[in-house]
Design a protein around this ligand. Structure first.
Ligand code: ZN
Length: 220
């Protein structure tokens, strides 16, 4: 789609520096002092999901972990390090799992196409597909079925995160970060917030009773 050459990327970088310095001549001096992001986002690696630019967020505002089909896996040391660091050292207030429509990882998980290691990575998506087969099999249009699976996947990944001890410990100590699940609607550019149904987790003791009201009261 873009086809930018390396030389063009370097030129773009020079333009970007000029733009930033035009608005604030100390921009990079300030940026170098450290980060204070309020958000951790776990997103798909897909190049069409430009987190910072689609949210008009500046450098320093979003701490990001990306992998194919935005998986949250309790044995993924890379992800767990990001999670722990963002909670314990950056004191992020919100964790947002960001999936998207037209996700190649989601489609590959269902099609069972031989894609090497990716096939292993997205096995959990295939399990989710089977678990929700009754609902999904009613959707005859293939793309719509895959897009619904993207929605279910983002909810299931967020639910995986609730159970991770690092997150459970943080909730007991300070009641945040708050969890969210989003879908980036690639057909329109819109973010669609998914309903995480926290009540289920409150009832089984995985989330505190005032989980939602605490955030509303404190506007974190
Ligand atoms: Zn994707």
């Amino acid at each position: 789609m873009t086809g930018l050459k390396i030389s063009e990327l370097i030129e773009n970088n020079e333009d970007w520096i000029k733009e930033k310095l035009k608005t604030d001549k100390n921009y990079f001096t300030k940026l170098s002092k450290g980060q204070n992001p309020r958000y951790l986002m776990i997103s798909c690696s897909d190049s069409r999901v430009p987190l910072n630019s689609m949210l008009k967020a500046e450098p320093g505002e979003i701490f990001i972990h990306r992998n194919i089909a935005n998986q949250i896996n309790m044995t993924d040391i890379n992800f767990l390090s990001v999670l722990e660091y963002s909670i314990e050292h950056l004191f992020i207030k919100h964790i947002i799992v960001v999936g998207h429509y037209s996700c190649g990882g989601i489609a590959a998980a269902v099609d069972g196409v031989d894609q090497g290691l990716v096939e292993n990575w997205i096995t959990p998506v295939n399990d989710i597909y089977n678990k929700h087969n009754e609902e999904l099999s009613k959707i005859k249009d293939t793309q719509k079925r895959m897009d619904r699976l993207s929605e279910i996947n983002v909810l299931e990944q967020a639910k995986n995160l609730i159970k991770i001890p690092i997150y459970q410990r943080a909730l007991k100590r300070k009641k945040y970060p708050m969890l969210h699940a989003w879908i980036f609607d690639i057909y329109t550019g819109k973010i669609i917030q998914q309903d995480l149904c926290f009540n289920e987790f409150i009832q089984n003791g995985l989330l505190p009773e005032d989980y939602v009201s605490y955030f509303e009261d404190n506007l974190l």
